[in-house]
Design a protein around this ligand. Structure first.
Ligand code: FMN
Length: 186
């Protein structure tokens, strides 16, 4: 099983990175392959809402704006499961997470039941390192995204500075359990 772990923080040694590492370890413990991607290392711009707002992606299910999106879109489609880890900024996902998930939603939600993400399990992690607030609003927005692309919410995990130690264990265990379940199904 191949799990793509998408992290969306500019910091490579912060809370988000620690959560992504915990998820990768869980995948490996279950015998899966973890493929880590740091969105902030890529050039993925925001959705340009082409034409009248419904661009060509509505029918083509591909984004016309050429940047690093296309390659990552393909990798996400190939993966058996997704882990999305974002820092909490203003009670929301980070800008890099928003840019990528917005464009992915345009391409896949427009396919309805034919979304290539349909049924794909997702673990989303919201890492709040400041006041510790805003994790739930961030995860609520990610949950709507999961529903729009018809993926499957495996778990939504809030983590902050105070819960870090035991939530890293929970993230690892969530990833391990998700991969183990996929292996049983296959
Ligand atoms: C622009 C901005 C907005 C932020 N908003 C919040 C917030 O709403 N709640 C919170 O607890 N932390 C907030 N933080 C702090 C980050 O969630 C915290 O730094 C987190 O650890 C970032 O992940 P990192 O360690 O991977 O950088 C914010 C940080 C930035 C830069």
């Amino acid at each position: 099983m191949n799990v793509i772990i998408i992290s969306a923080s500019p910091n490579d040694d912060g809370l988000t990175a620690a959560c992504a590492t915990a998820a990768a370890e869980g995948v490996r413990l279950a015998g899966g392959q973890a493929e880590k991607v740091c969105l902030n290392d890529l050039q993925i711009g925001m959705c340009r809402a082409c034409e009248n707002g419904w661009g060509a992606c509505r029918n083509d299910h591909a984004c016309q704006t050429q940047d690093d999106f296309q390659a990552l879109h393909s990798r996400v489609l190939r993966a058996d499961a997704i882990v999305l880890v974002t820092p909490v900024y203003w009670g929301e996902m980070s800008e890099s997470a928003k840019a990528f998930t917005d464009r992915l939603r345009r391409c896949e939600a427009s396919a309805g039941a034919e979304s290539r993400l349909a049924g794909k399990p997702v673990i989303a992690v919201a890492a709040a390192g400041g006041t510790g607030g805003g994790m739930i609003t961030c995860l609520a927005s990610i949950e709507r995204w999961i529903q729009h692309v018809r993926a499957r919410t495996f778990d939504l995990i809030p983590v902050n500075r105070w819960s870090r130690e035991y939530k890293l264990v929970a993230i690892q265990e969530a990833a391990r359990t998700m991969v183990a379940g996929l292996q049983i199904q296959s």
